[in-house]
Design a protein around this ligand. Structure first.
Ligand code: 3NM
Ligand code: MG
Length: 516
């Protein structure tokens, strides 16, 4: 092995755990061997309790097994144990032996990995000459409860981005990673120049009933991008004009596909939103019951999470549904209504963004700021609150959030900002009556689900098409002579959505007056 480069495959990194809750009466070496048969690429023996003699005996057995499979064995914390059994290296936490001391004691070619929870720790480990970093904690996990920072994919990405010049150091993420999130973890942690080389997993493999099958499945998942991966098309010379040209055909396609949209939505607007969805030619189902999603996600449709009337049960229901839709790659839209209004809602935003992938995050300025993580915003109720951003800053925030989450972001307001992290489109259509009728914002989330379902190859274009259909209908409705205010606006608006749907369905594109 070239001591200057990590020639070791870190892609599926097993960290052992000898506690009864994980081993459930099974022999550690048997579980590890099963995991190796399943395709684990590196093993770390981590034992916080056993006496030194016992650790050395176990490590020796593990080393023999690992050698049979051509997989390196690293020892957590205990440089002495690594030396005693001739293991391939060690993994050191921030409270363990210093890098330089371990380096002096170990053979030249030994692998040394360092835990890093912050950028400073990562930079220090790189300067020292660490072979790889264990970046964590990704998600809060019952396996290790005394962790210092929960980084999520956004925090991990920020570290990777800041160390992207350090091409020789490898990285794995650790904490709460399992089958249901491994593809998303790798995908959403990726910064433009540096991504994860692997994932480190304890309970997802060690506590599995069948550790071999579990590892096999993980190997498969790690090799492929998640089904919802965003692939922004190559930009064209006149991108906005080119997009606008495509909108009428996308609306026509949506009408033809007749998508289903599953709404987990607040009770204030459920009826209005269901009527909007029907008017555009799609099918709404309103279900707050998370367990229903495993059946509903099998249809060609999307899921809207609108937390407008959050209850103590909402978040767990949302997470079940998001998992079901993410697993199939069917679109999920998040409307973090009143995101910054209360502690409960701020925590919900954090938990939901850690718990799943949103193809689209849609909200007003205050909500998008909260999703970005600027916890300083205090929203009054569910209104947007005072705007503090100029148009450039709004465009940048939408783009930065989309870039970080690797999704599409729609920041609504008098002008709507839509971005997929590459392109930013400002949409000027709409009418002030939309701001006077409850549910008009929420309905945008729902129809986005319809459009994202009907048009998958360009998520930004799909959402743009939905907003333009919607806002052009609002303009047309407001211009009717009999419309005097928000009351008479509502029926006219549904009629105009229906009129566009009828025209679009016949291939008539003359309704289109989009400005972006
Ligand atoms: N180190 P599981 S989290 C061993 O944050 C360990 O540094 C962590 O277990 C860190 O895969 C962790 O079962 C436990 O969530 C990870
Ligand atoms: Mg340690």
């Amino acid at each position: 092995r070239d001591p200057d480069s990590m020639a070791v495959d870190l892609s599926l990194y097993l960290v052992t755990d000898s506690t009864p809750a994980i081993l459930k009466g099974r022999d550690l070496c048997v579980v590890v061997e099963e995991a190796l048969k399943g395709g684990v690429t590196v093993v770390q023996y981590r034992d916080k309790k056993s006496d030194t003699g016992e650790q050395i005996a176990t490590a020796r057995k593990l080393h023999q097994i690992c050698q049979t499979y051509g997989v390196p064995l690293l020892i957590n914390d205990r440089v002495d144990v690594a030396l005693a059994v001739g293991a391939e290296g060690v993994h050191l936490g921030q409270d363990d032996m210093k890098f330089a001391e371990a380096k002096k004691m170990l053979p030249k070619e030994a692998i040394i990995g360092i835990s890093a929870s912050t950028l400073e720790e990562a930079q220090k480990a790189i300067a020292d000459g660490a072979d790889y970093l264990g970046i964590g904690t990704m998600f809060a996990t019952p396996t290790k409860t005394n962790t210092r920072y929960t980084l999520g994919t956004a925090g991990t990405q920020a570290i990777l981005d800041a160390i992207s010049d350090a091409t020789s150091v490898s990285t794995v993420a650790i904490g709460g990673i399992n089958h249901s999130n491994v593809q998303r973890v790798i995908y959403q942690s990726q910064s433009p120049k540096k991504g994860l080389d692997g994932v480190a997993i304890v309970s997802g493999i060690m506590a599995a009933d069948d550790p071999r099958a579990s590892a096999q499945e993980l190997v498969k998942l790690i090799k492929n991008p998640p089904p919802f991966a965003l692939v922004p098309p190559a930009p064209r010379a006149n991108e906005v004009e080119a997009l606008l040209k495509e909108v009428p055909a996308i609306v026509q396609k949506m009408v033809e596909v007749h998508p289903l949209v599953h709404n987990m939505i607040n009770f204030v607007v459920a009826n209005f939103v269901a009527n909007v969805v029907l008017s555009i030619g799609a099918s709404p189902i309103m279900s707050p019951y998370g367990d229903e999603a495993k059946d509903l996600c099998k249809f060609d449709g999307g899921l809207l999470i609108n937390m407008g009337t959050l209850t103590s049960e909402s978040v767990s229901n949302y997470l079940k549904a998001i998992k079901a839709y993410n697993g199939r790659g069917n679109p999920v839209i998040y409307d973090p209504v009143g995101a910054a209004a209360t502690d409960i809602r701020r925590n919900a935003v954090t938990d939901l963004m850690a718990g799943g992938y949103f193809d689209l995050i849609k909200g007003n300025e205050g909500e998008i700021k909260q999703a970005w993580g600027s916890g300083a915003v205090l929203q009054r109720g569910v209104d947007s609150g005072p705007s503090t951003l100029d148009s450039q800053q709004k465009a940048r925030l939408a783009r930065d959030l989309a870039r970080r989450e690797r999704n599409v972001v729609l920041m609504t307001g008098a002008v709507d900002y839509l971005s997929d992290g590459e392109r930013v489109v400002a949409v000027e259509n709409g009418h002030s009556f939309l701001g006077q009728v409850t549910g008009t914002g929420c309905a945008v989330g729902s129809i986005s689900g319809c459009f994202l379902t009907a048009h998958r190859s360009d998520k930004l274009l799909a959402v743009l098409s939905g907003i333009l259909m919607y806002e052009i209908a609002a303009e047309n409705a407001a211009s009717k002579e009999f419309v005097r205010g928000p009351g008479s606006f509502v029926p006219a608006f549904l009629d105009e959505l229906y009129a566009i749907r009828e025209a679009a369905g016949k291939g008539d594109h003359s309704w289109f007056t989009g400005r972006a």
